[in-house]
Design a protein around this ligand. Structure first.
Ligand SMILES: Cc1cc2nc3c(=O)[nH]c(=O)nc-3n(C[C@H](O)[C@H](O)[C@H](O)COP(=O)(O)OP(=O)(O)OC[C@H]3O[C@@H](n4cnc5c(N)ncnc54)[C@H](O)[C@@H]3O)c2cc1C
Length: 459
């Protein structure tokens, strides 16, 4: 980066908080996607005011800014674009206020997700969204992607837990959205607009988050079926009755064969082709009633076995197969093309059936698992990057998968977002008019296009 501009950033932030040495640039050149692009510099602001000053200086020089939490995103959202500067929120890690009376917490957006939940639990509350990456992802990244996890089937995703935000738009204006109250009907809902905006409208600096009572206890069911179709039918029965589980996770036939090969499938009955992990939470005296209702709904054609766990050791044992899955899939092929599609629950069986067909047609192994209670599946097309013929088949398979999902009334992404990886598909899902509104909003918030260019929206 030109020395004069770097000196101006250093004057704003301090010498150590504006870096352009080769090691730092290499460290911030990518997120979890297998691509990289070193930025010109990396900035480490500590306050909202510093972020506002960064945006104004960048705007004056038409310098692209790429916000970054922990870089755990897997769609290239935090990956720099050529000639850009990374704004890392890792030093904005202060909890500003914890207010159990109003069931809220105010944090800077570099705070680690699980830390928020840990603090909430000290007063019998919890921060409900539970992305699998919560031990290291930062709340700003969760907000920008509308992150979610297993509990979201009952409690909703990140967006449903935001009371208000503080942010700096791409034109340098500062916004305060929402309020500290559980009811609010004054303004347009700009918080909901900024959540999921992937750093392309504004840099989010502070968040006021809603907390809910923590459940007293959790119980788990591991449910084995003889076919994918039988498990999907059970998912429909569960969601059609009134007890909402706090997790409803699915593993397909290919997930289980990977686990069998790797280890972790011990204890699954012979003939198991699909597994549901189902959890209920709440007051100690109420959970057995919920579990009984869920078990009744889980019974049906193709059911092989239900195992239940009511204490920590039993629950850990029941989750063994699911927890060994990420390592197991690596045995199939070194790389996965990871789609994060979502369909209405009533079409889940059609999606799973279609995925089997795509795997056969394009001769690629596909491992599918995920948050069945939200109709959200992680569809992993397993590939060897050095095999160009296989990569071409996998690309065509991915393309066909998107068509299937859209034809089922579904969407490209349930929780991982669009980033740079999926934006070429966005116009297939949204109407030209809807896309037009999105471009208009982008121009309103960021007229010079300096915030995360090349992400979220198609060209
Ligand atoms: C092992 C693993 C498991 C995962 N499990 C889940 C899961 O269960 N559920 C799920 O939803 N995701 C999951 N993810 C994906 C990822 O962790 C989430 O998308 C997470 O929200 C990203 O947070 P981050 O802090 O790493 O953000 P980053 O990856 O750094 O950034 C993500 C996006 O947010 C933007 N951004 C970051 N901070 C700000 C800010 N302050 N203001 C504006 N924009 C900002 C970035 O520009 C980028 O577009 C997983 C990833 C991995 C590697």
């Amino acid at each position: 980066m030109n020395a004069e501009l770097l000196a101006q950033f250093r004057a704003l932030l301090g010498e150590e908080r504006a870096r352009a040495d080769a090691d730092t640039l290499a460290l911030y050149a990518s997120d979890e996607t297998p691509r990289s692009c070193p930025p010109l510099a990396v900035l480490f602001p500590v306050s909202h005011d510093q972020v506002a000053a960064i945006v104004r200086l960048a705007l004056a020089h038409r310098l692209p800014l790429v916000a970054r939490g922990a870089g755990s995103g897997n769609v290239g959202g935090a990956m720099p674009v050529p000639g850009s500067v990374v704004v890392s929120f890792e030093c904005m890690n202060q909890v500003l206020e914890f207010d159990p009376v109003n069931r809220l917490i105010v944090v800077q957006t570099g705070v680690i997700t699980d830390e928020i939940d840990r603090i909430a639990r000290s007063a019998g509350l919890m921060y409900a969204p539970d992305p699998g990456s919560g031990a290291y992802s930062r709340i700003g990244g969760n907000l920008a992607m509308n992150a979610a996890g297993p509990r979201c089937v009952k409690y909703g995703a990140t967006r449903d837990h935001v009371l208000g935000l503080r942010a700096v738009a791409g034109d340098g204006r500062e916004l305060k959205t929402g309020s500290r109250t559980s009811k609010y009907a004054t303004a347009f809902d700009l918080s909901r607009l900024l959540v999921g905006s992937e750093g392309a409208l504004a840099l989010i600096t502070e968040a006021t988050l809603r907390l809910v009572p923590a459940p007293e206890t959790v119980a788990t069911l591991r449910v084995c079926y003889g076919s994918n179709a039988a498990a999907c039918a059970a998912v429909q029965r569960i969601m059609a009755q009134p007890v909402t589980p706090c997790a409803l996770e699915f593993m397909d036939r290919r997930s289980l064969s990977a686990i069998r090969e790797y280890g972790g499938a011990e204890g699954l009955p012979a003939g198991t082709e699909a597994v549901l992990m189902v959890e209920a939470d709440g007051a100690r005296e109420d959970v057995p009633r919920q579990i009984a209702a869920l078990e009744a709904a889980l019974h049906g054609d193709g059911l092989l076995e239900i195992q239940s766990g009511f204490d920590k050791a039993a629950i850990v044992r029941l989750w063994t197969a699911r927890k060994s899955l990420s390592m197991a899939v690596k045995k199939i092929a070194p790389r996965k093309i990871n789609e994060d599609v979502v369909v209405p629950i009533g079409r889940l069986a059609d999606l799973v059936h279609a995925i089997d067909g795509l795997g056969e047609r394009y001769r690629v192994p596909i491992v599918s698992f995920g948050h069945a209670g939200n109709g959200n599946l992680h569809v992993n097309i397993m590939v060897h990057e050095d095999d160009s013929e296989e990569m071409a088949r996998a690309g065509a398979c991915r393309d066909a998968l998107i068509d299937v999902v859209l034809s089922l009334g579904g969407s490209l992404s349930g929780e991982h977002g669009i980033g740079s990886e999926k934006r070429r598909y966005v116009a297939r899902e949204l109407t030209p008019e809807t896309l037009g509104f999105m471009y208009d909003l982008k121009r309103l918030f960021d007229p010079a296009g300096i915030l995360n260019p090349g992400k979220k929206l198609p060209d």
